[in-house]
Design a binder for this molecule. Sequence first.
Ligand SMILES: [Zn+2]
Length: 426
Amino acid sequence: MKILIKNGQVIDPANNIDGICDILVEGAKISRVAKNIKADADNVIEARGKIVMPGIVDMHVHLREPGREDKETIATGTKAALKGGVTSLLAMPNTAPAMDCPENIRLLKNIIQRSGQANVFIAGAITKGRLGKELTDIASLKKEGVVAISDDGASVENAELMRQALLKAKDEGVLVISHCEDKSLSNSGVVNLGIISTRLGLRGMPAEAEYKRVERDIRLAEETKSRLHIAHVSTKESVQLIAAAKKKGINITAEVTPHHFSLVEEAVLGFDANMKMNPPLRSKSDTEALKECLKSGIIDAIASDHAPHTENEKEIEFQRAEFGTIGLETELAASITELVKTGLLGWIDLVKKLCLNPARILGIDKGTLDAGCGADIIIVSPDKEWIVTKEQFVSKSKNSAFLGKQLSGIVEYTICAGKIVYTNSL
Ligand SMILES: [Zn+2]
């Protein structure tokens, strides 16, 4: 099977390509990227006026299987991923059971093999049951193929345990991903602490709850000379700490979510639980700082933190609703709308944040259009506008913070391992 993609605006930061090119796919691999390729192909896709880029590598996704198949499954989550242009994703370990031992990882790998439609990479837990009491056997998780460890959804409160995790992970060559939240400071908050929380009479999470933990984990990474990735950064103080640490040469990276750079805390004024997340939507000045750091390179990656929840868990009082928004099907369009259309980032920078950098951080062979590499490619109409509605989502849950928003950019084709696995029918 050969696919020839003609005349698209090809963006591939790994090879410094940003121009009109053709791509030839043979079997599961990219065989050539060049101008005016002449070849007999089974399928010729005319991509004039469209962006052709590597499939997105989303390093923060909750697929909920095993345990909460009513929210999402490997099958529905990966199908949603392909629709959103995500061909590779990192599944977070806060499933039931948690991904804290080889048996559970093997169980997950079997489900992925049976029903996964995109490339699914696995994050193991840092502590058993993600309870923060006892380290998992990181070496045995690594043997089962995990590329990262995280207690995401919770932070490892005990600093000594986190230090040991960083040291073990360094020995094993596994990335540690930190969910930075000091529970004694976040104080069961449901929104950002400030004027809005006071006005609504809702318990607020202060910025300190995040950045104090960012500060601690940077210090531990420095002391142990380990690699650390900070998930879903949301405050300006956090990015200042990350900037200073990078300047010092500490080996850290960071990600931001589309909802944290697109939306501000005022969005919770209508008590819409789809706007309830952890960390919470922050102030305008935080959002501006996140965008500046995307531009300057202080923030390396964009990840969705796709967090599906059923209607029963979202369409209830704000205080009781679950935290999180789905994101796989909107992350590209939200990024185009908020970052590229506004002139903040060029395409090559955006593709770095969505594809190349997350792949490099995870140490996986994805996120590029290298000849000889697996053919994970998406073709995007950058200017097509659409309004986000519940009906469009193929994700099992529909709890999106972007419902009703107008976004720019639609995935027309997703190619994964050389197969056309999604085409837009609109
Ligand atoms: Zn998460």
